[in-house]
Design a protein around this ligand. Sequence first.
Ligand SMILES: NC(=O)c1ccc[n+]([C@@H]2O[C@H](COP(=O)([O-])OP(=O)(O)OC[C@H]3O[C@@H](n4cnc5c(N)ncnc54)[C@H](OP(=O)(O)O)[C@@H]3O)[C@@H](O)[C@H]2O)c1
Length: 214
Amino acid sequence: MAGACMKIAIIGAGNVGSALARALARAGHAITLGVRDSAAVTALSAETGAQVLAPAEAALAAEVVVLSLPWGAAEGVARSLGQLGGRIVIDCMNPLVRTDGRLALDRGHTTSGAETLAGWLTGARLVKTLNQVGAEVMERNDRMAHRPAMFMAGDDAGAKATVSGLLADLGFEPFDAGDLVQARILEPMALVWINQALVRGKGRNWAFAALPNP
Ligand SMILES: NC(=O)c1ccc[n+]([C@@H]2O[C@H](COP(=O)([O-])OP(=O)(O)OC[C@H]3O[C@@H](n4cnc5c(N)ncnc54)[C@H](OP(=O)(O)O)[C@@H]3O)[C@@H](O)[C@H]2O)c1
């Protein structure tokens, strides 16, 4: 682990939440799972040593809160977290909708999922990231030919410095894309990934990388 052990709450323990719980626990961080059904995460909790709490309690117990929920559940859960007291919140979510049989974003040019989420949270230092690749690559990428890139956007430089360390712990090369408004360019990257992975047949085990041309 590059940085100190952090207390990280993961709200929503599906594909992304469980992948991040495993990888961040392996990197030495203390995980709390914030879930509505504790029985569903018994095995994950045992595997990662994670504490299991309701979402709002998990957030209060943590320094960093990861939101890995379906977009449709995000508003209700985000509002239920209450005053976050300056905690860092990582938004992994993509505002996906199915339009004419295709996956698309339900907003993007004049706002983003992350900017919308910011309006549902109180006292959060919000960082958009970990939305650009599949959960498998978040969980394990040490056998990839190149270090995968991961972009982040947020308004708080201190929060981005902390998140940058966590991205490095997860094996990514972190890139600062700028303020939270830049989530508008990071959320479409998820559609590029999904299109290649699931529509064009590339499969799920690949990621974007930044290759220098010396
Ligand atoms: N899958 C990927 O590879 C991937 C990659 C990048 C970004 N993302 C984004 O990450 C987010 C999560 O995706 P996912 O694939 O991990 O979804 P998922 O497997 O469906 O997991 C979602 C989790 O959220 C929980 N949840 C749903 N409603 C809840 C509520 N009201 N209160 C508390 N927990 C609730 C579910 O718990 P229950 O079991 O109780 O329903 C489940 O554990 C999405 O926004 C997606 O766009 C996904």
